[in-house]
Write a protein that binds this ligand. Sequence first.
Ligand code: GLV
Length: 326
Amino acid sequence: MSKPKVLSTRPLFPAARAILDQHFDVEYWTPPERIPRAELLKRVADKDALVCLLTEKVDEELLATAPKLRLAATVSVGYDNIDVPACTRHKVVATHTPGVLDETTADFAWTLLMAIARRLVEGDAWMRTGTWPGWDLDQLVGGDVWGKTLGIVGFGRIGRGVARRAQGFHMRVLYNDQARVSADVERELRAEFVDIDRLFRESDFVSLHVPLLPSTRHLISTEAFEKMKRTAYLINTSRGPVVDEAALAVALEQKKIAGAALDVYEQEPKVYPALVARKDVILAPHIASATVETRTKMAVMAATNAAALFEGRRPPNALNADALGL
Ligand code: GLV
């Protein structure tokens, strides 16, 4: 019996390939550049499953092109690239990769937090360009981290991981989310639930950990910057459009906040031009989950979800399992 056909828009990692190759007849997209949309539509047309990245949109158009498709697995925890209701209408199971990248992403939020507070990237540029004039008293003075107030917007697994690390720096942790976590979790993480305005007003660092939803798009815009401390830093490892980049550039220019460290952008891979020349900004290329261990786990998880469905089981990380009656 012939195996079901899968398109994987990346060669993935060997451990994930081993799972896919065992269950499917797999077509891997291997060129170094991302798969062009027209190529994706062409290649997915006769497939039973798709393993894709957050850069590929699974929308009505793609689903209409692929009548046999039964599964779309994004190798990411964020799934704003997937139109889940459209998948449900087309009886396509959508899956993502929750849980395996939380600690790695929390580590990276901290990497950015420390680097922007202590002006590490500016200092690195001095060393590489031979422009360091030698030690001086007021040189590259940044902001303290120890003992400061950290405001976490979005207190899911990643936000809580960021809070856990803050204990080692004796920080006061404020958080905001749609709902409070249990008193036990608040106590364990020494985190205080506050409304978002208070979080903006009192935090020395504001770190974002919300998914991209209509309600979180441009959550951080002029109004938020007006409320934040002039000495505050913004850290974004969530999704680019959560921050209004034009408003951020203005806020930095007007010294409404002290700096920003970004891993994600409104229109990836583009960066809002006014941010590029600024020394009070760190720009990382969407690498918060980019460790060998974690990216391997993510790819394996996507492959495992695909294999489960075609073995007649409920994919463990399906986003629309209930809607599809699985
Ligand atoms: C990365 O941004 C992810 O959503 O996994």
